[in-house]
Design a binder for this molecule. Structure first.
Ligand code: KIV
Length: 282
C-alpha cells in the first residue's frame, strides 16, 4: 500500500497550463526551513545553482557540483508540500552529451524526488531537452543571461539590446534570443526562465511561444517571475538592478547577533528563565 500525501503537489503540466493565465510565482530556496515558508505562497520553488554564490560564497556558479544540488534539492523537498520543486543542473553535468544529461537528471530526480530539472542554454540545448522530456524528465529551460557561461561571456551584462533596437525599428526579424526561446519550446521544455533580457524582447518572446516564460530582469509581461530569495529579503548587500528588496533581513540579523553578543559579554544571557532549576517555582 502506498502512503500518499493529502496535499497534491503542483506538477510541470500544471505550470505549463498556466500559459497566459494567473502569473506563476517562483522563488529560490536551498533549505528545508525557507522552503516551508516559500511553499505557502509560491507555485514553483527553484533549487538554483545560485546556492554556490549564496551558501558557499563562490564568485560564480561554475564550481557547483551535482552532489551539492542533490543535497539541497532533497532538503527543499522535505520542507515543502505543494509547490513544484525544480532543481538546477550544475555546470558540467549535462553539456557533454544528451546521455550525460539524462544520467545527471535521473540522479537528481531519483535522489531528491523533485518534479523537474532546469538547464541553461537555448537552441544549442534543444536536442538534449527533447531527449530528456521524451524520457520522462520535465525540463525548465533558461535563456538570455546564462550565468554558467560567465567565463565565455566575460561579464554579467543584460542581453538582447540589438534585438530590442530591431523591434523598435519595426523589423520583423527573429534574433538569437527569440530563436533560443522558440527552440526550447519546440523541444518540449514546459517553461523557460528569461534572465536579464531587454524588456521588448522578453515581451515579444512571451507573446510568441506556447510555454510560460518566467522572467528575472525581463518583463512584467512574462507569464511568471522569479527572484533569488536571499536577494529579495535584503540579505545580500550587492544585488543586480532587477532585484526589488521586499525586506531588510541583513540588518535585522546583524542587530540580533549584536544583541546576543552584548548580552553574553555582560552575562545578561542566559537569564534565570533560560536555565534549568534557576527560577524558583511561584
Ligand atoms: O540559480 C538560480 O537561482 C537561477 C535563478 C536566478 C533563475 O537560475
Amino acid at each position: 500500500m502506498s502512503i500518499q500525501s493529502a496535499v497534491k503537489r503542483k506538477t510541470a503540466p500544471d505550470i505549463l497550463a498556466r500559459k497566459n493565465g494567473e502569473p506563476i510565482v517562483m522563488l529560490t530556496s536551498y533549505h528545508a526551513h525557507t522552503a516551508s515558508l516559500v511553499d505557502r505562497y509560491c507555485d514553483v520553488i527553484l533549487v538554483g545553482d545560485s546556492l554556490g554564490n549564496v551558501m558557499h560564497g563562490f564568485e560564480t556558479t561554475v564550481p557547483v557540483t551535482l552532489e551539492m544540488m542533490i543535497l539541497q534539492g532533497h532538503a527543499v523537498m522535505r520542507g515543502s508540500k505543494q509547490s513544484l520543486v525544480v532543481v538546477d543542473m550544475p555546470f558540467g553535468s549535462y553539456e557533454a552529451s544528451k546521455e550525460q544529461a539524462f544520467h545527471s537528471a535521473a540522479r537528481i530526480m531519483k535522489e531528491t524526488h523533485c518534479g523537474a530539472v532546469k538547464l541553461e542554454g537555448g537552441a544549442r540545448m534543444a536536442e538534449t531537452i527533447a531527449f530528456l522530456t521524451e524520457r520522462g524528465i520535465p525540463v525548465m529551460a533558461h535563456i538570455g543571461l546564462t550565468p554558467q557561461s560567465i567565463n565565455a561571456l566575460g561579464s554579467f551584462r543584460s542581453q538582447g539590446k540589438d534585438e530590442a533596437e530591431a523591434l523598435a525599428r519595426g523589423e520583423n526579424v527573429r534574433g538569437p534570443i527569440q530563436n533560443d526561446a522558440i527552440a526550447v519550446a519546440e523541444a518540449g521544455a514546459f517553461s523557460v526562465v528569461v534572465e536579464a533580457v531587454a524588456e521588448p524582447v522578453a515581451r515579444k518572446i512571451t507573446q510568441t511561444i506556447a510555454i510560460p516564460t518566467i522572467g528575472i530582469g525581463a518583463s512584467s509581461a512574462c507569464d511568471g517571475q522569479v527572484l533569488v530569495l536571499e536577494d529579495m529579503l535584503g540579505l545580500n548587500a550587492r544585488v543586480p538592478k532587477f532585484v526589488k528588496k521586499y525586506g531588510n533581513l541583513g540588518s535585522m540579523i546583524e542587530e540580533a547577533i549584536e544583541g546576543y553578543a552584548n548580552e553574553v559579554r555582560s552575562r545578561a544571557f542566559p537569564g534565570p528563565e533560560h536555565v534549568y532549576g534557576g527560577k524558583p517555582k511561584a
